[in-house]
Structures are given as structure tokens and as C-alpha cells.
Design a protein around this ligand. Structure first.
Ligand SMILES: [Zn+2]
Length: 256
């Protein structure tokens, strides 16, 4: 496995509504991103293929890239269609309790996307809670029920999971394996690579401020660190300290 970096892009919403926050990329900007990805010479692969590569079960193409969408926004449907017209593969992680909500994908759309060649549907838990703060029962439910829901809906196996808020620790990672998933995506804002952990795949968040020029640099691995191999997992003590610091500073966790 080569040590070359593998960018895994994390998008949330692609739309032109005013007043939306940092995670929303405008449609015009997204078209420019698609152009940049197309021209980069990188080959978009689904997360399942990337994970199979990380496990050493499958050879990865030269210069791979993975494009992912979290939460299951309604506008992901059009974004994925735009990628599809350029034969660019993508993976969508759906929060199942929100299926069919006003600004989210419907059950029928998710089933259709799952049947679309080059599109993978994965789970993003049921309620989008921080999994590292849940007890054993809730944690297992979030993973198991979202998987079962999507499998019922698509008629296909759901092998891939993305941690809500990118939050995971040793216990959460073990639970995702126990629930039968074959990969899990984290955030890290770093680049993945051949020695990345298939159950904590590093992704880089694309935001409202990500220009096409910046994206082109990221696709070349410029200005973004590679993820540490098998990142040291955070301890409970670390989380407690962080929560306290947040309270003191009044820092709010992000919406996603
Ligand atoms: Zn999310």
C-alpha cells in the first residue's frame, strides 16, 4: 500500500439559501468544485472500495479521491446527480430519524440513490448525537437501528458508517465493528492514506469558504496534514476535560 495521500472530501449541504452557515456550499461553487475534481486526474471511489483497499483486500486505483455527503440533505440528490454526469462516485451518509423531513432526502430518493451505479449509501446514526457520550444501550441502538432502517429501505447491505460530529473513541469504534459495519468515517480534517484506520477514515471538511483553488490544492495534498496512522484514541479523561473547557469558554459544538 502506497503512502500517498487519499483526500476524502466531506460535504454537507449544497444550496443557495441565504443565511445558511459554514457547511453550505453554493450550487455555483459546487459546480466549480466538480470541475476541479474532474480535472485533478484523481479517481473517485466509494468509501467501501477505499475501506477494502485499507484492509488490503483490493487494489486502489492510482490517485484515488472519495467524495462524501453527511446528514442526508435534500440537495444531496442534485449534487450527486451532478457528480454522476461526470462519472464521479460518491458516498452519502444518512441520519435515519430525519428521512423525509422538509430539507432531507425522502425514503424513495434514498432507495433510488442506492440503486444508482457509483453511489453508496451509508448510515450516520439515528439521531445524530455524539456517540462517545451515550451509554452502551443507546450507542448500540444508534448503530444497529440506522443500519437496519437503511437496509430495509434500499434492499441492500449497508456496510459504511460515519460518526456524527466526527465523535468517536475506542468504545464507539468497537461498537461500530460489533454492529456489523465494515468501515467508519471520522473527520480529523486531514488526508487519508494507505495506513489509515478503516474504522476512523480521515476526511477533510469542505465549507462555504472553500474556493475551487483551495480544493485544487487539497487534492494535491497541499496544506493539509496526512492523518496519523491509527490515531491514538481519546480517553474519557480527555473528553471530560474538553467538556469543562467548553463550558468555561462558552464554546458551542457545531451543528454537524
Ligand atoms: Zn452529520
Amino acid at each position: 500500500m502506497s503512502s500517498a495521500v487519499i483526500p476524502v472530501l466531506l460535504y454537507h449541504s449544497v444550496n443557495d439559501r441565504r443565511g445558511d452557515s459554514w457547511g453550505v456550499v453554493s450550487r455555483a461553487e459546487f459546480s466549480r468544485h466538480v470541475e476541479v475534481i474532474s480535472r485533478s486526474g484523481r479517481q473517485p471511489i466509494t468509501i467501501s472500495l477505499l475501506a477494502a483497499g485499507l484492509r488490503g483486500e483490493q487494489a486502489l486505483p492510482h490517485r484515488p479521491v472519495a467524495i462524501t455527503f453527511d446528514d442526508g440533505y435534500l440537495d444531496t440528490y442534485d449534487a450527486v446527480a451532478l457528480l454522476g454526469r461526470r462519472a464521479l462516485r460518491s458516498t452519502i451518509y444518512v441520519t435515519t430519524a430525519n428521512i423525509g423531513a422538509l430539507d432531507r432526502l425522502s425514503a424513495a430518493q434514498i432507495a433510488e440513490l442506492a440503486r444508482t451505479p457509483g453511489v453508496e449509501v451509508g448510515a450516520h446514526a439515528v439521531h445524530h448525537r455524539r456517540l462517545d457520550e451515550l451509554d452502551e444501550g443507546e450507542l448500540a441502538e444508534e448503530m444497529r437501528d440506522s443500519k437496519a432502517h437503511l437496509e430495509r429501505l434500499t434492499g441492500e447491505r449497508v456496510d459504511s458508517f460515519a460518526y456524527p460530529h466526527g465523535a468517536y473513541d475506542r468504545r464507539v469504534r468497537a461498537a461500530v465493528i460489533a454492529a456489523g459495519y465494515r468501515s467508519a468515517a471520522a473527520v480529523k480534517n486531514a488526508l487519508s492514506h494507505g495506513r489509515d484506520d478503516p474504522f476512523a477514515i480521515a476526511r477533510w471538511t469542505v465549507t462555504a469558504r472553500t474556493s475551487a483553488e483551495r480544493l485544487a490544492q487539497v487534492l494535491e495534498g497541499e496544506g493539509v496534514p496526512p492523518a496519523p496512522p491509527r490515531e491514538r484514541l481519546r480517553t474519557r479523561a480527555y473528553r471530560t476535560a474538553r467538556r469543562q473547557r467548553r463550558r468555561v469558554l462558552g464554546v458551542r459544538s457545531t451543528q454537524w
